[in-house]
Design a protein around this ligand. Structure first.
Ligand code: ZN
Length: 296
């Protein structure tokens, strides 16, 4: 499912369309599950016709495209959330029947069409005014971005919580952009047991989690995200991501840990699979500190 690195890759893949004028907006009604589109598709199509695409931003796991309208209605944003299987594409879509949106762009745009494709249909497309944008993407909805999060920001948001740290990292108000894949990868690199209660994390632990978050997500953006097995994630021009080759724990139950050679285990937390190494991510706090001191 697209997390920060995948959505950031989509954003970069369509950023060159900024400035292009929409000739026509289409929201094909296929035979599959209808997408959540606000306002309803015929109204949205008429609102988008003739306007220019503005800046292309990412907020957590959402892409927000500024809409430069000539109408005196204040700034508006087209906010697209891929959720499980959504893709923003300038290339041809994998299937025709799961195509959800086509924005036909006036030449000489770098690409003739911007598409949103979503097999499972759990994604959303919303045209939001300034207040709606603030509610969807403002600081009350989303915590600090995963690419820049600090230990201090984590401390303020995780503080005395009894939640398991892995579950807390999935909360977009704690840190924006992390999902199930990267939460596991971050905690393995930080050497933290995913079951640790947040209130039991020391400053040193938070420092390692914040640093691992920034490092893992930045590297995954460089490698254009993770395309796993037969899952559908692709870049905007239809290439697979490459970070899956660097996964240390996610989806590797029973395989050898790349840190210590021990077996990767799988447990379930909040109805989601968690992958980890019990040796590299010890339940006893302190062990890793000893190892760090030795190598210092
Ligand atoms: Zn290990």
């Amino acid at each position: 499912m697209p997390e920060l690195p995948e959505v950031e890759t989509m954003r970069r893949g369509i950023a060159a369309l900024s400035g292009a004028r929409i000739v026509e907006a289409r929201f094909p009604a296929g035979a599959c599950r209808a997408l959540a589109i606000t306002p309803r598709p015929d109204r949205l199509a008429s609102l988008l016709r003739g306007v220019r695409l503005g800046v292309v931003e990412r907020h957590g796991k959402r892409v927000a495209i500024g809409i430069e309208s000539t109408a005196d209605a204040g700034p508006t944003w087209l906010v697209i959330e891929p959720r499980m299987t959504g893709l923003l594409l300038v290339a041809d879509p994998p299937t025709g029947k799961h195509l959800r949106m086509e924005l036909l762009l006036e030449p000489p745009a770098p690409h003739p069409v911007l598409r949103f494709w979503d097999q499972r249909g759990l994604g959303t497309i919303r045209l939001l005014d300034a207040a709606g944008f603030e509610r969807a993407c403002g600081p009350r909805a989303l915590g600090p971005d995963g690419l820049t999060v600090t230990a201090e920001a984590l401390a303020g948001r995780l503080g005395g919580s009894r939640r398991a740290v892995k579950v807390a990292l999935l909360d977009q108000r704690v840190v924006a952009g992390i999902g199930n894949i990267y939460a596991a990868e971050i905690l393995h690199r930080a050497g933290i047991d995913p079951r640790r209660e947040c209130r039991r994390l020391g400053d040193d632990d938070l420092e390692r989690i914040a640093a691992a978050t920034r490092r893992v997500l930045a590297r995954a953006v460089e490698l254009e995200g993770s395309s796993i097995g037969d899952e559908l994630y692709r870049t905007a021009d239809n290439r697979k991501g490459r970070f899956q080759k660097l996964h240390r724990v996610y989806g590797r139950e029973g395989e050898a840990c790349r840190g210590c050679g021990g077996p990767i285990e799988r447990i379930v937390q909040a109805q989601r699979s968690t992958f980890f190494c019990a040796t590299c991510q010890p339940h006893r706090p302190g062990r890793r500190l000893v190892r760090r001191r030795r190598t210092a």
